[in-house]
Design a protein around this ligand. Structure first.
Ligand code: ADP
Ligand code: MG
Length: 699
């Protein structure tokens, strides 16, 4: 059977079922073959009901038997309808109960043979057990071909109107009538001991007898491994092509031997760390060659990425180009501007800031200066990507805190007709596996060292009575002339309530810390107001900054040594780490105090424990990934994360590494997969990733 055939024309499907299958994302025969069961049940070896009852067996279990009686009962008080079916298998009987589904009486009839899978619980008498709302499957007399029972059976995500049995039969029919051609070379399969595609697809749907159900459910069989490899392989081929296609575009070959970097070093009040120096060299290496740089710079909070970016920007400027720096928030853009301007002024380099806070008349002037090349450095928010912004000669674009942005700025710049060198920076380290999938087409630099003399921030989780320790520590630090942040979470349901929380907190603190100046910062303030508050905090006119999460990213006030986080359980790990990164930026000992109240979920407790255990952003990122999973880690809106059907980034990290290595080697040998041997691979690749990877060069 042609794998691209419309699913509608497969035996047993037809237009009505095709619509249901389409709803599951299954349009073709191939889609169906790659529709992987999410769970397996061993029905070859079912426990006799008697044993389940005797052992008081609680847990998720499967039984098979004949329905011997059914009834609908109505609970006396709440008047809920419960449908009950009692099933016997010759060894004993068990009753299954479904709440509020009385119509089941017309589905599950006396005399039918059924398979029930569900939770077995002790019943109210305390002596027996029952099954609560199990999934069921009616086994008909024609079902003796052993695909629905008597073996390990696949369980699929289904949709209303499409039963397990129907989908299972369709899959079986397709498997029996298709031959699935191999798309990966025998060399690679042999090298990593991977089974052939056809075998893998067959056994992922109908596993051989004796395969462990746990192994299957954990996705740890050879078939899973093979299909995960294939999925990553196709993805990484795309990333490899993207990467090489960028290196084929024409970019600027900057002269990197100017003296501005040297002069900058002499202006800095500190010496660059060797990690900073190494990364600067990597960046300059990219700048020197005549194609566009596409580099991701990762480094933990406070490692000093800004000065690295500044060096790159200066190098572009001394070659006669403009540099732009984009930050995710207005506050951060302003901070960068103030900070960087002090250095730029030493070089007499004109600069401008462009945020939505810049008013129209002033804004026109700025836009004009950017267009005429009267300013060389432009710092701003994503306002920089707006239509009206035209550069005279953009040579370097730095994107700070990429994590907050999504992944498309480079494309946006290109659409505007620029092809500058691009440096993307993130302070929320990304676990290596994710970096390889989401940013796999970028070159990677890592600053893995903090400036010398930094003391690790002391993190404490305080609740109940110990909350007052937080205020004590704050008091002591304020006495020493240090400053403090108190952060209040933003609860999405109601901004008003949050604000109230933060305002009340501020009032309370104002009384408790009589004699110190307190400032309040929140998302509803106008940019200009925020700026005034931030500037006073920076100048130490404000000693305590009470804030909603707007201080999260990038803010740099080295004299602040206390970070108090209220309702710390509500924050994600990366966010907590970002917030903690606001302190510990000077040479003084700093504190991060995580306050909680009341009940905390297990996940919440885990996060707080991780925070206490490590200060290392990379470790935290790994934990965050394993707690939340890749989709959540990036946030759904901006994920850029490819949808994976079989592979699991956590489980299959090793598979990803080898798939990437093989993919990049392959693309070196056959950049567009045009060799005859790669024809099927190329077809598969195009079908699966072309749209998603926006590969302009693949036609
Ligand atoms: P991040 O990487 O989080 O963006 P920043 O660039 O804001 O970090 O730097 C954090 C702080 O460390 C700043 O106050 C900066 O001046 C300082 N800094 C940067 N590099 C060094 C260094 N090599 N030695 C000492 N302090 C440094
Ligand atoms: Mg920064």
């Amino acid at each position: 059977m042609d794998l691209q055939r419309d699913i509608q024309y497969v035996k047993g499907v037809g237009p009505a079922r095709a619509r249901l299958l389409n709803r599951l994302g299954i349009l073709t025969v191939e889609d169906l073959l790659y529709y992987i069961p999410f769970r397996y049940e061993d029905r070859s070896n079912l426990k006799p009901i008697k044993e389940i009852c005797k052992s008081g067996g609680v847990g998720f279990l499967t039984v098979q038997g004949e329905i011997v009686s059914t009834r609908v009962v109505i609970t006396p008080r709440q008047r809920r309808k419960i449908f009950e079916a009692t099933v016997g298998d010759g060894s004993g009987y068990i009753t299954a109960k479904w709440f509020n589904q009385p119509y089941l009486k017309d589905v599950l009839m006396k005399g039918s043979t059924v398979v029930l899978s569900g939770h077995v619980k002790p019943d109210y008498s305390g002596y027996g057990v029952f099954m609560e709302g199990p999934e069921f499957e009616i086994i008909g007399s024609g079902d003796n071909d052993l695909i629905h029972t008597g073996r390990i059976v696949p369980v699929y995500h289904v949709t209303n109107g499409l039963s397990q049995k129907v989908i299972r039969s369709i899959v079986k029919g397709v498997l029996d009538s298709s031959s699935i051609p191999e798309i990966i070379s025998g060399d690679i399969l042999d090298k990593y001991n991977l089974p052939a595609l056809s075998d893998s697809i067959n056994s992922i749907h109908f596993p051989a007898e004796g395969t462990g159900v746990d192994t299957l459910n954990n996705g740890e069989t050879a078939a899973h491994r093979r299909l995960a490899f294939e999925e990553f392989f196709l993805l990484e081929i795309g990333l490899a092509m993207k990467k090489t296609s960028v290196t084929k575009e024409t970019g600027i070959a900057f002269n990197i031997n100017g003296n501005m970097s040297v002069k900058l070093s002499s202006l800095l009040p500190y010496k660059l760390t060797s990690a900073q120096q190494r990364v600067i060299n990597e960046i300059k290496g990219d700048m020197a060659v005549p194609y566009p740089m596409n580099r991701l710079l990762q480094g933990d909070v406070g490692c000093g990425k800004t000065v690295v970016a500044l060096t790159a920007m200066l190098t572009a400027i001394e070659n006669g180009y403009q540099s732009a720096l984009m930050a995710p928030t207005e506050i951060l853009a302003e901070q960068h501007y103030r900070n960087i301007k002090t250095y730029l002024d030493e070089f007499n380099i004109p600069s401008a800031v462009l945020t939505s806070g810049v008013k129209s008349r002033a804004k026109d002037a700025v836009l004009n200066n950017i267009l005429n090349g009267r300013v060389s450095v432009i710092i701003g928010t994503h306002a920089l990507l707006e239509e009206g912004v035209k550069f005279q000669r953009l040579g370097m674009a730095v994107i700070d805190e990429q994590h907050k942005f999504g992944v498309l700025q480079r494309a946006a710049l290109k659409e505007k007709g620029y092809n500058p060198d691009v440096l993307i920076m993130t302070a929320t380290p990304i676990p290596r596996t994710l970096a390889l999938t989401v940013y796999g087409d970028l070159n990677l630099s890592v600053i893995d060292e903090l400036p010398p003399g930094r003391l690790p921030v002391q993190t404490r989780w305080l609740y109940g009575d110990r909350r007052k320790d937080a205020f004590y520590i704050m008091q002591e630090e304020l006495k020493k002339g240090r400053q403090a942040y108190v952060v209040y979470p933003l609860v999405e349901e109601s901004e008003k309530v949050d604000l109230k929380g933060a305002v009340e907190m501020a009032e309370k603190l104002r009384k408790a810390f009589n004699g110190y100046n307190l400032g309040l910062l929140h998302g509803r303030m106008k940019p200009a107001e925020k700026e005034v508050i931030m500037a006073s905090f920076k100048k130490n006119d404000i000693h305590i900054l009470v804030s909603t999460t707007v201080v999260e990213v990038g803010i740099d006030v080295p004299n602040a040594t206390v970070m108090v986080i209220e309702h710390a359980e509500r924050f994600g790990l990366s966010q907590l780490h970002q917030l903690r990164g606001r302190v510990g930026r000077g040479g003084d000992k700093s504190y991060c105090l995580l306050l909680t109240e009341g009940y905390i979920s297990e996940e919440g407790r885990l996060r707080l424990t991780v925070m206490g255990r490590t200060n290392n952003g990379f470790e935290i990122a790994e934990e965050d990934l394993s707690i939340r999973g890749p989709g959540e880690f990036f946030g759904t809106r901006q994920s850029g994360l490819p949808e994976l059907k079989v592979a699991n980034i956590l489980r299959d990290a090793k598979v990803l590494e080898i798939a990437r290595r093989e993919a990049f080697e392959l693309v070196i040998k056959d950049p567009m997969l045009t060799l005859p041997d790669h024809k099927l691979l190329r077809n598969a690749f195009e079908r699966r990733w072309k749209d998603k990877l926006k590969l302009a060069t693949v036609s």
